[in-house]
Design a protein around this ligand. Structure first.
Ligand SMILES: [Zn+2]
Ligand SMILES: [Zn+2]
Length: 267
């Protein structure tokens, strides 16, 4: 249908100060503070409300020395979304910052790539380096959901609802997927960790946590094909997202923004 348009929200829940050299393979010539923000996303439209990723909770923030700015549940409620009303959660990948809070959506089924579950439960996890961004409790929680009949697997490209598709990109994590959403301004791509920060996408640079560098770089090209323009790609951890896009409503500035709105692109 031509009117399958959705509203999309980016909801910040966490923050982590770090130096720019930590954000790129090969470091950074201008070694300056370049923090990461942590987000979940909500897609609201004619076929329901869909949540992309589930963030982490206070206990995990302490364990990983990250800061919770506002819990995920508060961000959702600020735009009128009750977590127990959610029927579908799309999980971009199983890293700790995208798949915690696993009791928050008791009535949801979880959409995941085959390759991500295989990766997080297979031989690559024999290696400490590759295990680093995963938490065993998160992975076990997803396996439990699988056995409770609450996981839907996708392999490559698939439709979640009319106007919402998932696309396996891999690279940063073997089964990482992005989400393409039809909006009034065109097709917006929620990149999640297929592009952490704008410079990764715009300058072809690579975040250090990576399974396959080639797939990361090819992934940037896929994102550009999927989105109506490069300004329709929303990176997964860039604080600039909150500056470029307008607040969802007055009072939510710097916390919840509308991604289906035109971004401000002034330098
Ligand atoms: Zn990740
Ligand atoms: Zn991440």
């Amino acid at each position: 249908m031509s009117d399958d348009f959705y509203d999309i929200y980016a909801i910040k829940y966490g923050h982590h100060d770090r130096q720019s050299r930590e954000n790129y393979i090969g470091g950074d010539a201008h070694d300056v503070l370049q923090p990461l923000d942590f987000y979940v996303w909500a897609i609201v439209g004619p076929h329901g409300t869909f949540v992309v990723d589930t963030g982490f909770d206070e206990a995990m923030a302490k364990r990983r020395s990250r800061n919770i700015v506002k819990p995920v549940s508060e961000g959702l409620k600020a735009i009128g979304i009750m977590p127990d009303s959610i029927k579908d959660v799309i999980v971009s990948h199983l890293h700790y910052d995208h798949t915690g809070n696993y009791e928050l959506f008791p009535n949801a089924r979880y959409h995941l790539q085959d390759a991500e579950m295989a990766y997080a439960t297979g031989r690559c996890m024999c290696h400490g380096y590759l295990r680093l961004p995963f938490e065993v409790d998160d992975v076990v929680a997803m396996v439990k959901k699988l056995f409770a009949g609450r996981v839907r697997f996708h392999d490559g490209v698939d439709e979640i609802a009319p106007g919402i598709t998932v696309h396996k990109i891999g690279g940063h994590s073997k089964g990482l997927q992005c989400v393409r959403v039809k909006t009034r301004r065109g097709h917006v791509v929620i990149a999640s960790d297929t592009a952490h920060l704008y410079p990764h996408l715009e300058e072809g640079r690579v975040f250090p946590i990576t399974y396959n560098v080639g797939d990361v770089l090819e992934g940037y090209e896929t994102l550009k094909k999927l989105a109506t323009s490069i300004n329709h790609i929303v990176p997964g951890h860039d604080p600039a997202v909150l500056v470029r896009y307008p607040a969802a409503k007055p009072g939510l500035e710097g916390w919840v923004v509308r991604l289906d709105a035109e971004p401000k692109l002034s330098a």
